[in-house]
Design a protein around this ligand. Structure first.
Ligand code: MIG
Length: 873
């Protein structure tokens, strides 16, 4: 028998590790080796006949080294070779527990429990001891419906039935399979490669059917389909990143898989550096593992992809309903100063009638880069400036970085020292690292007392009327080290309610520093203004960070490549439960060409967080640069964003309850559509609009692929006419971005405003696109406070129905106590070629309707309440 084993050797801290173990089922061949150099690729060929074999390894880059292979108790024909990896071993006992079962295996215990019919947790405890540490990601009371489980024993397996699926655990080898109620395999462990540990590292392998696709893992900058690639989750200040750079700013160890329209998800609840390999190493198995901690994962069975993201966000928390202004257009740069320049930006936006809600202040508003200070030379009347901007309808959002200048006499440093709030070195001294302010210390955000203290520091800014906070550099970024972060052995203290306080090192905490930073900010700001929805932006994040902050994709570049990456990267985040996301519109590094900035402002209007930002020293990037032709187009798209605000806010409110992102991949809306399976050129903005932007500079016409069903062209209002077997080509001019509406949608619009607090002048506009299952809704509230949790909401549902003699539009009864700004609604129904014979409202004929032959639409106005509209041919 001949075995070929390949190992990739990767550096891990001071030592070395095998990233990929070579496991062959059923034996206990063990490799002991001397140190292997970084980057070596080692090929082992051996004949596994003898009980002890000496082999020569042939590193591709280094000298030949000799390794001794100890073959212990060889079991032919099944042979396993594990280099420093120890497998779980055979199952020796099984016992039922509440909603699940526990298995004892030779080298680990396994606990499987159903949290709901579609959510199952699987934990592996090396040496049989499960950790009591509380999860950073999982919320206290997940919004999940409890499962009624049943346990069934068979000769060689035990099966846990949750109602919606079953988990079959084969004893030897220990293989966990997730099955549909009909017994079809959704996903299962790779029977040939058993769960294994190497020191503190662990890894699990699962079968990889050749028609399965993998999505998610946060801000991965490449195609949304991750098949055949491997990824690392380690929050990184990835300045200069390009497509394919990995890891980036966020670490979200959650992925979704789809196969033939059926979706499932896996969340590895582990904060250590983790890695996911979807077929880079092996053709028929994918794997994931981490550098330490427990193998503790959740399995989510859809089969609807929306259900997967919904269950995942029930577990890790959902985006809170954002304040309305945060959905408006936002203007930023590194940095607007002095005060006069900030006022000038505000005045330009208003004078040019370019709608905008937010002006951002980057690090130069600080005095010597010290958090919670203001440079009074640049901003002598900071508070007045904020108040004046407020009067113009602008909110101010300011940056506050976590690094704290090491400077006796600086309030935050002194208080932090006195309160023991800073991260320490192993020897007990305070860790000091260089960032913007020079030598800096770092608040220990995993300590509850530190978070509370930190949060209180926002008081003056909140009092001054600053409306939002931007926590940057929270990977945490530290200058000078090649690792770009603090040493792995720095000491963090973890204090979580319900668990005893403990100390751990940066290996475990690194990935949650950003998340705990924005948690401190959100909670602190909320405490300071308890009936105002906080708005926080974070650069780093772990699973669950969506509960406290929106995020953006860090330092992108003003290139077509980065513009193009907008779509897949933001889609990946949405799939990963991170719904409130955006990128620097126009690009951060470098200067966009006029066309690039225009195109980016067009697409940006259809990303959840719509913020134009650029770096220090770059050319101005506001919408009016590059002359009146570009300015007019940019204004039109920013206006479109505001026209769509009722639809956007309604969808975001839904996201806050379901986790389903506003910006979503085609497959999430059309899971059964084979053509849409991995597509990331076009995307859905809510459930009604498909956006198909021009993505390449030099490519002319390109194809738009439509999911099955009928579509309307948003701009003309006409039905899209496609020819069978002929690609649908578009070649949008500079002022055009293809937008299509799914037939069967009712999309609420409003008249243009200059900012979200301005009351629109005119009725709410309902655009009705007849088709199957025709429906829509609108949600409104005060956009600012938490009164919506006390019934101060407005909800109305709409449906439409096509019949032989026309179209019926039903406007449902208004629900909730909140009175929205509109008192009447203009209903515009599309797809009506000829003027109707009769239009009735609540059974009574009306005269004030209009048919427009160009857009093939009929418009009429009805009061806000319930109404039945009938358009008869
Ligand atoms: O090292 O605050 O990604 O958006 O403008 C740069 C200055 C620090 C990085 C952020 C960027 C921000 C910049 N910051």
């Amino acid at each position: 028998m001949r075995l070929e084993i390949q190992q990739n050797i990767e550096r891990n801290g001071g030592g070395y590790r095998n990233l990929n173990s070579a496991l062959i089922p059923g034996s206990s061949l063990r490799l002991t080796r001397s140190r292997i150099a970084l980057g070596e690729r080692v090929v082992i060929s051996l004949t596994a006949k003898d009980t002890s074999v000496t082999v020569n390894l042939l590193p591709t880059t280094m000298n030949t080294r000799t390794f001794v292979l100890l073959a212990l108790a060889l079991a032919i024909p099944a042979v396993t070779v594990a280099a420093d990896w120890e497998t779980i071993g055979n199952v020796t006992a099984v016992k039922p527990i509440a909603n699940g079962l526990e298995l004892t295996a030779e080298r680990a215990a396994v606990r499987i429990t159903a949290l709901s019919p579609t959510v199952v947790r699987v934990r592996y405890a090396r040496n049989g001891r499960f950790s009591n540490n509380s999860s950073f990601a999982v919320v206290k009371n997940p919004d999940l419906k409890p499962a009624k489980t049943q346990l069934r024993h068979t000769k060689d397996a035990v099966e846990l039935n949750t109602g919606a699926m079953s988990v079959r655990v084969r004893r030897n080898p220990l293989v966990v399979s997730f099955l549909t109620p009909k017994g079809e395999v959704i996903s299962q462990d790779d029977a040939r490669r058993r769960v294994a540990w190497n020191g503190r590292q662990f890894r699990i392998w699962k079968s990889m059917p050749d028609n399965e696709h993998y999505f998610g893992l946060g801000d991965k900058a490449g195609p949304i389909d991750h098949r055949d690639q491997a990824f690392t989750n380690w929050t990184t200040d990835a300045f200069g990143w390009v497509g394919g750079s990995d890891p980036l700013y966020k670490a979200i160890p959650f992925f979704m898989a789809t196969r033939q329209g059926r979706a499932y998800g896996v969340f590895l609840d582990n904060t250590y550096r983790s890695s996911f390999d979807f077929g880079k190493e092996l053709r028929d198995a994918y794997s994931f593992g981490a550098d330490g901690g427990e193998l503790d994962y959740y399995f989510f069975y859809g089969p609807d992809p929306k259900k997967v993201v919904s269950d995942y966000t029930a577990l890790t928390g959902r985006m809170p309903l954002p304040p309305l202004f945060a959905l408006g257009y936002q203007q930023c740069r590194y940095s607007y100063y002095p005060e006069a320049r900030v006022r000038e930006i505000g005045n330009e936006l208003r004078n040019r009638r370019i709608p905008a809600d937010v002006i951002w202040l980057d690090i130069d508003y600080h005095d010597a880069y010290r958090a919670f200070t203001i440079d009074r030379k640049k901003f002598p009347n900071f508070e007045d400036m904020i108040a004046d901007l407020n009067k113009q309808g602008f909110k101010t959002v300011v940056i506050v970085d976590l690094h704290t200048k090491k400077q006796p006499g600086y309030k935050i440093y002194d208080e932090g020292l006195a309160g023991d709030h800073f991260v320490r070195n192993p020897d007990g001294s305070i860790y000091v690292g260089p960032v913007w302010p020079g030598d800096s210390v770092f608040p220990d955000f995993t300590r509850a007392a530190t978070r509370e203290w930190y949060g209180r520091n926002y008081a003056d800014l909140v009092k001054a009327g600053v409306r939002g906070f931007w926590n940057d550099m929270n990977e945490p970024a530290v200058f000078s080290y090649p690792s770009k972060t603090m040493p792995l052995d720095t000491v963090h203290r973890v204090e979580e309610p319900g668990a005893p306080p403990r100390k751990t090192d940066h290996r475990e905490i690194h990935n949650v520093v950003g998340m705990q930073n924005v948690r401190a900010t959100y909670d602190g700001v909320l405490k300071l203004a308890p009936n105002t929805r906080p708005f926080v932006l974070s650069r780093a994040g772990f699973a669950g960070t969506q509960r406290w902050a929106a995020t953006w994709t860090g330092d992108n570049q003003s290139t077509w490549e980065h513009y193009r990456l907008t779509v897949p990267t933001l889609l990946s985040l949405g799939i990963s439960g991170y719904a409130f996301v955006g990128n620097d519109v126009g690009g951060f590094e470098g200067n966009p060409t006029p066309e690039l900035l225009t195109r980016w402002i067009q697409v940006g209007a259809f990303t959840p967080l719509y913020r134009n930002h650029t770096t220090t020293g770059s050319a101005d990037q506001e919408p009016w640069v590059h002359g009146p032709e570009h300015e007019a187009i940019r204004r039109e798209y920013i206006e479109l964003r505001y026209k769509l605000m009722p639809y956007i806010y309604t969808q975001m409110e839904e996201t806050s309850r379901t986790g389903v992102p506003l910006m979503r991949p085609m497959f999430m809306e059309f899971p059964a559509d084979k053509e849409m399976e991995v597509t990331d050129k076009a995307f859905m903005f809510g459930n009604a609009l498909m956006i198909a932007p021009k993505l390449n500079e030099f490519v002319g016409a390109y194809e738009v692929k439509f999911p099955s069903g009928e579509w309307f062209d948003y701009w003309t209002g006409s039905r899209v006419v496609r020819q069978k077997d002929k690609p649908f080509m578009v070649d949008p001019k500079l002022n055009e971005m293809p937008i299509y509406v799914r037939a069967g949608s009712i999309v609420a619009h409003q008249p243009v405003v200059q900012h979200t607090a301005e009351v629109p002048n005119g009725p709410l506009q309902l655009r009705v696109y007849p088709g199957a299952n025709c429906a829509g809704s609108v949600y409104a509230d005060d956009g600012e406070t938490f009164d919506y949790t006390k019934g101060e909401v407005f909800r109305q549902r709409f449906t439409c129905e096509v019949s032989s003699n026309g179209l019926r539009v039903s406007v449902g009864a208004a629900e909730g106590a909140y009175k929205p700004w509109w008192t009447s609604m203009q209903v515009t129904a599309y797809g009506i070629d000829t003027a109707p014979a009769n239009v009735t409202v609540n059974g009574k004929p009306i005269t004030g309707w209009k048919h427009d032959a160009a857009t093939k639409s009929v418009s009429l106005t009805v009061p806000r309440g319930k109404a039945e509209v009938s358009i008869q041919q």
